[in-house]
Design a protein around this ligand. Structure first.
Ligand code: HEC
Length: 165
């Protein structure tokens, strides 16, 4: 089989193998980022508030509904807040914009912005890619209601925050 000994043929096989390895590496890096983003969403409890019924159904909510926001209000001295639809929110900004936004975010209770501010950039990027991979979906969460106004149910009422320690 003379043609197998042909140098250019071997060269082509070698090149194709390298290319495939390269593509496989890129693909596995992409999968790793998506898996990491999903892991961050679960471990940081983002779903607990930003996914409808996630806490009450003990996490048993289809992934296609994850992070689509919630109409369950958190009422306290700050007024009533509703967890934002992050699927839509993140689809309106670039990855770099999200990193800067998350690092500097301040929001009303009970959003743990002080934890989000400390998330490592790689995790923020992984979270972003995962949310964008899921894609924009669902409607917007109800708008913030000031303390003087009566919010739409359902909502939970919280006591005033304790004095600073
Ligand atoms: C205990 C409930 C709770 C948890 C846990 C939580 N959030 Fe929130 N989040 C909220 C609420 C409520 C708001 C709306 C706050 C407001 O109206 O000021 C909010 C707002 C936000 C906003 C601001 C959106 C905007 O456009 O202003 C971002 C971004 C966000 N959350 C991301 C996250 C991420 C990422 C996680 C997980 C790391 C997370 N949240 C975990 C309740 C929560």
């Amino acid at each position: 089989m003379k043609w197998i000994k042909n140098g250019s043929f071997r060269g082509a096989v070698c090149c194709a193998a390298l290319l495939l390895t390269g593509l496989a590496l890129v693909a596995s890096e992409k999968t790793d980022m998506l898996e990491q983003g999903r892991y961050v969403a679960v471990m940081m409890g983002c779903n607990d508030c930003h996914t409808p019924n996630y806490l009450m159904r003990e996490g048993n909510v289809p992934e296609k509904l994850w992070l689509t926001g919630s109409a369950f209000g958190w009422r306290g001295s700050w007024g009533t807040t509703y967890p934002t639809n992050l699927r839509n929110r993140l689809s309106q900004m670039t990855e770099d914009k999200w990193v800067a936004f998350a690092k500097n975010l301040k929001a009303r209770p009970p959003m743990p912005w002080f934890n989000l501010n400390q998330m490592k950039e790689r995790d923020l990027r992984a979270f972003y890619r995962y949310v964008r991979h899921l894609g924009a979906a669902g409607s917007e969460a109800p708008a913030y209601v000031p303390p003087s106004a009566e919010p739409h149910p359902p909502y939970a009422t919280f006591p005033p925050p304790p004095p600073a320690q």
